[in-house]
Design a protein. Structure first.
Length: 115
């Protein structure tokens, strides 16, 4: 499965960005899609994910500000990020859990929030 992420960029604190991730290949076996991020000098962490059944979960730090959504086929996932903070600055990675391939990662997209 291949993942193509887009939508990162530079934004002022309080602003919004929308990330997109399109999956191709063996998409019927994707169980979960989500986003992780890696701030400078820190470990990669879960931001949000959505299952094929529509169940979502979020990191506490983004609850109420970020919304994850996906199309019905779960081959595209979006992350709407509102009220961005400086500490949201990170490289964001699209992630899927494929029932045969396991964890699959897309290339990162940089999100920079200026204070």
């Amino acid at each position: 499965v291949q993942l193509q992420a887009s939508g990162g960029g530079l934004v002022q604190a309080g602003g919004s960005l929308r990330l997109s991730c399109a999956a191709s290949g063996s998409i019927d076996s994707i169980n979960t899609m989500g986003w992780y991020r890696q701030p400078p000098g820190k470990q990669r962490e879960l931001v949000a994910r959505i299952t094929r059944g529509g169940t979502t979960n979020y990191a506490d730090s983004v609850k109420g500000r970020f919304t994850i959504s996906g199309d019905n086929a779960l081959n595209t996932v979006y992350l709407q990020m509102n009220s961005l903070k400086f500490e949201d600055t990170a490289v964001y990675y699209c992630n899927v859990y494929h029932i045969y391939l396991g964890e699959c990662w897309g290339q990162g997209t940089q999100v920079t929030v200026s204070s």
